[in-house]
Design a protein around this ligand. Structure first.
Ligand SMILES: Nc1ncnc2c1ncn2[C@@H]1O[C@H](COP(=O)(O)OP(=O)(O)OP(=O)(O)O)[C@@H](O)[C@H]1O
Ligand SMILES: [Mg+2]
Length: 231
């Protein structure tokens, strides 16, 4: 399980994370919601070691990983799918996946990835730049899986995708969950978050101000939306 306790982070004098507490149980999906600029991406980057924590701890299956370099956080079992996907435009689908493997994948070899993403299988020789937005997002997820992670951090995977593709993405996220991958999902798309997550967390200015099950969230959605989420 992923446990974040009292996590703090600064950009210079800006105190961006002000004591984040959040847990994602093994095999569950946690969602992190919030308006622009509240610190959602910074939370993922700080878990990953890309931003240095100025207080608090992150533990993965009981092991403290705070303060480790990003490649050591990755080696401990956390994979990160950044906002904007950042796939390599000049590499093929297969090459984009291969660069992420530290050794031949055990849990997620190419044939299993291509079973999960049939459209990528068809386009395996295409370059990243030739893929649609949805295919690029699937490729970014496939690349993250190639490192056989225990936990996957997803930053706004639905961004810029058509509703039909968002539905495909929800189905992929559910399949990964059934396969035992624990996920922390940052989303602006409340419907997607509500549809897949076991627990939803809302952030305001560097703090978690609300956490609930999807059922409770749905019951209180109107109030939560107007209070914390819509502009
Ligand atoms: N590299 C940086 N240097 C300085 N300030 C930053 C940096 N990155 C982000 N910030 C600031 O930190 C705050 C939190 O940013 P963050 O990207 O974590 O927000 P977010 O919740 O992911 O927002 P969005 O919904 O726009 O993606 C914002 O005020 C942002 O302007
Ligand atoms: Mg962000």
């Amino acid at each position: 399980m992923l446990r974040i306790e009292g996590l703090n982070a600064h950009y210079g004098l800006g105190h961006v994370l002000q004591g984040i507490d959040l847990e994602v149980a093994k095999g569950h999906i946690g969602a992190l919601l919030g308006r622009n600029g509240v610190g959602k991406s910074t939370t993922l980057k700080t878990v990953m070691g890309l931003v240095k924590a100025s207080g608090g701890t992150v533990t993965l299956d009981g092991q403290v990983i705070t303060g480790r370099e990003p490649h050591l956080v990755a080696r401990a079992g956390i994979a990160y799918v950044p906002e904007g996907r950042l796939i390599f435009p000049d590499l093929t689908v297969v090459e984009n996946i291969r660069v992420a493997e530290r050794r031949p994948a055990i849990d997620w070899p190419l044939d299993r990835l291509f079973g999960l993403f049939p459209s990528l299988a068809e386009r395996r020789a295409n370059k990243g730049s030739q893929l649609s937005g949805g295919e690029q997002q699937m490729l970014a997820i496939a690349r993250a899986l190639a490192s056989d992670p225990k936990v996957m951090l997803l930053d706004e995977p639905s961004q810029g995708l058509a509703p039909l593709v968002v539905r495909e993405l929800a189905s992929v996220i559910r399949q990964l969950c059934r396969a035992g991958v624990t996920m922390l999902l940052v989303e602006q798309n409340m419907n997607l978050a509500e549809a897949v997550a076991h627990r939803l967390h809302v952030m305001v200015k560097g703090r978690i101000v609300y956490a609930a099950s999807p059922e409770q969230f749905r019951a209180e959605a109107n109030e939560i939306r107007s209070r914390y989420l819509t502009v």
